[in-house]
Design a protein around this ligand. Structure first.
Ligand SMILES: Nc1nc2c(ncn2[C@@H]2O[C@H](COP(=O)(O)OP(=O)(O)OP(=O)(O)O)[C@@H](O)[C@H]2O)c(=O)[nH]1
Ligand SMILES: [Mg+2]
Length: 565
């Protein structure tokens, strides 16, 4: 609107105001039409499909939990209480493992050798050390804590097969996309799992979702707790939400053992036993023993953080739907597929892609990424696939096959995915996860070259190690991809949300530093930032950007240039 001219007569003023009103009306109509068009576009939009693949224990479900936690708060709040029994089970297993090793050392039993791994060689060496001195108190604790074996069995029985240890599962092939290895496209070699299986942790948890009286539904009325505080919930009976009588009883039983658990865990001789046997419980999935005060109680309810750390393996392929509720893409549907990563369950992946993913919409997101160094631009995502591997267990064996080194298995799996013809149009994003554990391992003085001879004399620190592994994965992708694709890799630590906030490794070619620019939509930058924030809570450091930056940039499509890392 312009300022009125000087000496404007009343008639001129009337004409000017009428013209301005008319212009505003037209402008409003255009805005309204654009809004309606955007709305229609949105409705027509096809879902974005994100597939989480990777080894067992690589953190796929933990990533999914981050999505849920950030984006599907209501569903998250409903499920949170159902993780209580899983956390009880994780906790009891921690304690029983300690007691098992204490008992083994007291009785001078050797460590059970499932293979000839470095750990077990070290433990053989441990038996050459002088015997530890155990007191009557150790004997009393050992006997008393035997009572927890029954609790573990009870929880495992109630939670079903997803809760069982993997030692006994059928061993399969690393390569899920080799039809020969995967059986036929009907997935005959899927072994214990079926395609689109619903018998995984979702089902296990479903058993424990609360029932609201009179509804017969598996959903409960839960209000959202804050992100990391205690869950807040309503319960018509006035009791704690989601507390089934037997779960309360288990909490109470654990409470009666609480002091003894703490005594045994904090005992220096017991710690020496674990150290000699190379057992690092703290690094194992589902470690909760340090939280005995909170968890071993009738009143225990899981926090968000507990749920992200809880461990229950995924069986089969499970689908989750999320609808965007912010940014310009409100209403955009994302479908995230979480799969079981043990070797035997990988056979189920191939027929699943064959039937489903190859028919999925091809052009999901068009983004132009460019590297700050060379300004090479290319279209990034046709179909998003995220691939998880863990870096920390370079010296460990697969839980399902103790003869196979985890890193070797990672290489085979990655090669198989890169070479898969069904995924030729999919953009692969590699997450090298559990960097926190890798760093801890290196700080403890574990040398990579002892397990990975090709590492040679490189420096045994995190930046050098991650650079080395990234280059290796990049080379595998180059050698095995039927068509050359850009290689995207991210170092992550999906359960430690602030891990990388202080860590800024120097840019590794083709990997960490990404500039997002030039958006030609269906998905805008706020969606991308959201995706990155959720997927890479530890590397896409939101604190570095003013809050709401994504939304601001979303209003300026084409101009957005954001440093993600
Ligand atoms: N310290 C650490 N623990 C992690 C990280 N990511 C996942 N975990 C933990 O590792 C365990 C295994 O993670 P999951 O997400 O269940 O693994 P998964 O890939 O879904 O495994 P499957 O379902 O068997 O295929 C869980 O207890 C997680 O909390 C990480 O970056 N750092
Ligand atoms: Mg899982």
């Amino acid at each position: 609107m312009t300022a009125p001219p000087r000496n404007e007569t009343p008639e001129e003023r009337q004409i000017r105001e009428a013209a301005e009103a008319e212009a505003k009306k037209i402008s409003d109509e255009i805005d309204e039409r654009l809004r309606r068009e955007r709305e229609n576009d949105r409705k027509k939009k096809r879902p974005v499909k994100l597939l989480l693949l990777g080894q067992s224990e690589s953190g796929k479900t933990a990533t999914l939990k981050n999505f849920q936690l950030t984006y599907a708060r209501r569903e998250w709040a409903e499920e949170r209480a159902a993780w209580r029994s899983v956390i009880f089970l994780n906790f009891v297993r921690n304690v029983n493992l300690v007691v098992e090793h204490l008992n083994g050392e007291m009785s001078d039993y050797p460590v059970v050798n499932h293979d000839d791994s470095q750990e077990d060689l070290s433990s053989r060496h441990a038996r050459t050390l002088p015997r530890l001195k155990f007191t009557d108190e150790h004997r009393r604790l050992r006997t008393s804590l035997q009572g927890l074996i029954g609790v573990q069995l009870d929880l495992e029985r109630r939670l079903g097969s997803a809760s069982l240890d993997m030692r006994s599962t059928t061993v399969g092939n690393a390569a899920p996309f080799d039809p020969e290895a995967a059986g036929t496209s009907t997935g005959k070699r899927a072994g214990e799992f079926s395609i689109h299986s619903s018998n995984g942790w979702k089902t296990a948890l479903g058993k424990f979702k609360m029932r609201t009286p009179g509804q017969g539904s598996s959903r409960a009325e839960l209000t959202d707790g804050d992100s990391n505080g205690s869950p807040v919930a309503t319960s018509p009976s006035g009791g704690l939400p989601g507390s089934r009588e037997w779960e309360d009883d288990i909490g109470e039983t654990l409470g009666t053992f609480r002091d003894e658990i703490k005594l045994v865990w904090e005992d220096s001789t017991v710690q020496e036993v674990l150290a000699r046997r190379k057992i690092r419980l703290e690094d194992m999935p589902g470690f909760f023993i340090n939280d005995s005060d909170r968890i071993a109680s009738r009143n225990y309810q899981p926090t968000d953080d507990d749920v992200v750390r809880a461990r229950l393996r995924t069986l089969g392929v499970q689908e989750y739907k999320f609808i965007f509720d912010h940014g310009r893409t409100v209403g955009q549907e994302w479908r995230i597929y979480d799969v079981g990563g043990t070797r035997s369950s990988r056979a189920a992946w191939y027929p699943y892609f064959d039937d489903g993913m190859s028919h999925a919409p091809k052009l999901m997101i068009t983004l132009t990424f460019s590297r700050p160094t060379d300004q090479v631009s290319f279209v990034l995502l046709l179909l998003i696939h995220s691939f998880h591997f863990t870096l920390s267990p370079f010296d460990e064996k697969l839980a399902e096959d103790r003869k196979v080194n985890r890193l070797e298995d990672s290489y085979l799996l990655w090669a198989s995915v890169c070479s898969c013809k069904l995924l030729v149009k999919a953009q692969l994003i590699l997450f090298l996860n559990k960097c926190d554990l890798l760093q801890a391992k290196l700080q403890r003085g574990i040398r990579i070259r002892d397990s990975v001879t090709s590492y040679g004399t490189r420096i045994n620190d995190l930046p050098t190690a991650t650079k080395y592994f990234q280059q290796h994965f990049k080379e595998i992708a180059r050698r095995n991809s039927p068509v050359q694709r850009p290689f995207y890799v991210h170092l992550t630590s999906v359960i430690v949300r602030t891990y990388f906030s202080s860590l800024r490794p120097s840019p590794v070619p083709g990997s960490c530093l990404l500039l997002v620019s030039s958006f030609s939509c269906p998905i805008d930058i706020s969606s991308v930032l959201w995706f990155c924030r959720v997927c890479f809570p530890c590397i896409c450091v939101p604190q570095r950007h003013p809050p709401g930056l994504g939304l601001v940039l979303a209003r300026v499509p084409g101009l957005a240039r954001v440093l993600l890392l």
